[in-house]
Write a protein that binds this ligand. Structure first.
Ligand code: SER
Length: 327
């Protein structure tokens, strides 16, 4: 069934890296008043706060979400609230509570009310040391090496269970590292690929926490958002997967990323000091086979490394000139 009606949307984790931009994209698409942004503790940006409804919730406390769903008559939830991989290794119990119990609460709220649409992102962190690391297939071994990955494997299984058992419409994408200019990522392993741009502009040098030859799959935020909205608008009958579509736009090493930035900022230098996040990066794929997303809902990225770097540097340079480089 293709959705034609105007949805009434709740975005959890709306003040986060994906949420801050996805919420604005959804407001542009469906109308500001039809998209309720919800955060936990982080204050929303003025853009988010002033363009439509904003509420504070705690996804581990079901009643706080129910109150918002009921008062705004929400029918679609983009559930982005999560603890990422590096913070998850510092706080594994919190990571489980937020990522698994929080998702369970969202799914139960949707089941009890018969809500027609849920989006929940998964991650390349579902893969691990036993998984083929190059052109990682859609169907393969899931052997996560982090608590974050464990919660994402559990989350995919839980979402698919709700589809099979309760006939619900739950969709999701295994995102690769996401690079963005508006909101910093909060404690992931792929954060170096965002921080490097800011430091290139602010200081002309960057100390990278993974080695120069570390290769990971990545995507630029406009493509990450396009993927979410395209998947959610796809014909459900054509989907052969639900909550776990492999997705990628590009793969590059930390050294190749630095070299691309140097084309714009010739005196930029990078030193490499791998820390505990190196082991996490080494457990993840180098590249992803996302042909199922192409076949089922027409996925095609717009940005490669060169196009993304040009756009990132242009945006951050303009902000730096106004004295507000960091969000
Ligand atoms: N980018 C995320 C992280 O590094 C992976 O989903 O944790």
């Amino acid at each position: 069934m293709t959705r034609k009606r105007m949805p009434k949307i709740l975005v959890t984790g709306a003040a986060g890296q994906i949420g801050s931009e996805l919420t604005m994209a959804l407001r542009n698409r469906y109308g500001n008043q039809n998209v309720v942004a919800a955060g936990h503790k982080t204050a929303p940006s003025p853009t988010l706060r002033d363009s439509g409804p904003f509420e504070f919730i705690d996804v581990t406390q079901k009643e706080t979400v129910e109150a918002v769903v009921d008062s705004y008559q929400i029918d679609t939830i983009y559930h982005l609230a999560a603890i990422l991989s590096a913070v998850g290794e510092q706080k594994p119990q919190l990571c489980w509570r937020v990522n698994v119990n929080g998702l369970y609460n969202i799914l139960e709220i949707a089941r009890e009310r018969g809500l027609p649409g849920i989006f929940c992102p998964s991650s390349i962190a579902v893969f691990g040391r036993e998984t083929p690391r190059d052109n990682t297939p859609q169907e393969t071994i899931l052997s996560p090496a982090t608590m974050y990955g464990v919660t994402k494997v559990a989350g995919e299984a839980l979402c698919d269970y709700y589809v099979q058992r309760f006939g619900m419409d739950v969709r999701g994408i295994r995102y690769p590292g996401i690079i963005s200019s508006e909101t910093l990522p909060g404690g992931g392993t792929t954060d170096y690929a965002v921080a490097i741009y800011y430091e290139a502009i602010a200081n002309r040098r960057y100390t990278c926490f993974v080695g120069e030859s570390t290769v990971l799959p990545m995507i630029y935020m406009p493509d990450a958002i396009k993927a979410a909205t395209d998947l959610m608008e796809a014909d459900f009958a054509l989907l052969r997967h639900y909550s776990n579509y492999n997705l990628t736009a590009m793969s590059f090493s930390a050294g190749e990323l630095a070299a691309e930035i140097k084309k714009h900022i010739p005196d930029f230098t990078v030193t490499y000091k791998p820390d505990s996040r190196q082991a996490i990066a080494d457990s993840w794929p180098r590249s992803i086979d996302d042909s199922a997303a192409l076949n089922d809902w027409g996925w095609q990225p717009d940005y490669d490394l060169a196009a993304m770097t040009g756009d990132m540097l242009e945006r951050l340079t303009a902000r730096h000139a106004e004295g507000r480089l960091y969000p």
